[in-house]
Design a protein around this ligand. Structure first.
Ligand SMILES: [Fe+2]
Length: 448
């Protein structure tokens, strides 16, 4: 039972510790969530003058003969040359680049003709109308809806741009073109290559002045801290399940243990009642004696197991009465020497029966020695003092108290003060003086 209590105590301490760990985990996770949200919401920016290693932009002419050509039918009165420029955006951040836009500042006269996949937010500065802005999908446009300055060179749309104008490339976010998001990892730098076609007289233009805005995105479960939470929450839940199973098993074991203890007590109660039933006046004597003995043992500071042992031993101490004829046990008059000798045998016969009990140690000692006297004048062996086992000295006091507390055919029960005087008078002769001292304290608390 002590082990079960210890186990319950350990489970309880572990449950408290696990609850504390959960609180710490939740607080840490909330902090982590706030940090990740701030990371994700941060609008980042690099320019052609300020760079970072987490993201890169590279704008360069595409090489090869077919990537540039002349255009005669411009409608402008002069010939233009076209060139394809690649816009390479690279994500080295090891996280997800989930949004970005690229502003390209124009320094030379030119015409924007086409662009891959995404849309262009075009900012034109007109001397009369001021800044003109329109977002156009250059691959799929309706000329009638274009509000900014433009001209048509044959089938080609030509949007004039001059010093101070700028275009913002907005990548295709539909997922079809795969321009956003851009995935990056520890061993993989994600990148996309977009493109625009620019016309001008030279067939070449400086596009190196840009502003790149982007957002990075982490999930709560990425990174070393995210992975820690990925593992720690399920691990916590698993430990709680294990702890719960152990607790349930402990409770079930405890219930079974309690039931078995009750069965044992009931069987022992019935057994000792067999002996008590032979004497009408001593019915329930053994149970009362066992209760008093346990109180003495507890007052002496014995541990729970020893108190149980004393209780069971006291419950069985008169089991030998079963062998003594009823007419002797119930006799009202004085016993003959022969009859008294037969009564005395209940100690030895009881001990003989009880010595087989391996799990109720000292039960046989209680039966054999509970009529010994502290001064050595008792029976059956004449042991004295502390030669008499402690359990028997305890039972002797409890036995005498119960005998004095009930009416007998030949006398009335003793009053409380008389009992006290009897114990004091026989302290050190019949009874162990220490146990008498303890019991006198207990008597004051007994509800008789
Ligand atoms: Fe007895």
């Amino acid at each position: 039972m002590d082990k079960i209590r210890l186990m319950k105590k350990i489970v309880k301490i572990l449950a408290i510790a696990m609850a504390a760990i959960l609180v710490i985990l939740i607080i840490a996770f909330i902090g982590h969530v706030v940090k990740i949200n701030n990371y994700n919401m941060l609008e980042r920016e690099i320019t052609s003058d300020s760079t970072t290693t987490e993201a890169m932009v590279d704008i360069h002419p595409r090489g090869g003969v077919t990537d540039s050509w002349e255009k005669e039918n411009t409608g402008l009165g002069f010939k233009l040359n076209a060139k394809i420029y690649e816009l390479v955006v690279t994500n080295n951040s090891q996280t997800l680049m989930d949004d970005w836009k690229l502003r390209i500042n124009i320094h030379d006269d030119c015409y924007l003709n086409n662009g891959w996949c995404g849309k262009f937010e075009i900012h034109q500065f007109d001397e009369e109308k001021g800044e003109q802005v329109q977002t156009i999908d250059l691959r799929n446009y309706d000329v009638s809806e274009i509000t900014i300055n433009y001209t048509m060179g044959g089938q080609d749309l030509l949007i004039p741009l001059t010093e101070g104008d700028y275009i913002i490339y907005l990548p295709d976010g539909s997922g079809v073109a795969g321009e956003v998001p851009i995935k990056g990892s520890a061993d993989f730098s994600g990148s996309v290559v977009c493109g625009i076609i620019i016309y001008n007289k030279l067939g070449s233009i400086d596009l190196s002045d840009y502003v790149f805005n982007y957002n990075l995105h982490l999930t709560y479960w990425e990174g070393s801290i995210g992975r820690f939470f990925t593992v720690s929450f399920p691990a916590w839940a698993l430990l709680m399940i294990v702890l719960g199973v152990i607790f349930l098993m402990t409770v079930q074991f405890e219930e079974r243990f309690i039931i078995q203890g009750k069965i044992l007590e009931e069987v022992l109660g019935v057994t000792c009642s067999l002996a008590d039933s032979k004497d009408y006046y001593s019915k329930e004597h053994s149970k009362r004696c066992a209760n008093y003995s346990r109180l003495i043992a507890e007052k002496l500071g014995m541990d729970k197991n020893d108190c149980d042992t004393v209780y069971y031993a006291a419950l069985l101490h008169n089991i030998g009465n079963y062998y003594v004829p009823e007419q002797i046990l119930r006799k009202n008059g004085k016993l003959t020497t022969e009859e008294y000798n037969q009564v005395k045998t209940h100690t030895t016969k009881g001990a003989e029966l009880l010595k087989e009990l391996q799990h109720i140690p000292h039960a046989d000692e209680a039966a054999l020695y509970h009529h010994e006297r502290y001064d050595g004048t008792g029976y059956p062996t004449g042991k004295k003092g502390e030669e008499i086992p402690l359990v028997a000295r305890i039972v002797a006091v409890a036995d005498a108290f119960d005998a004095m507390s009930i009416d007998r055919p030949y006398r009335k029960k003793f009053m409380r003060e008389q009992i006290r005087e009897e114990f004091i008078k026989n302290r050190g002769t019949q009874f162990d003086p220490t146990i008498v001292g303890v019991f006198l304290d207990i008597m004051g608390e007994l509800d008789l």
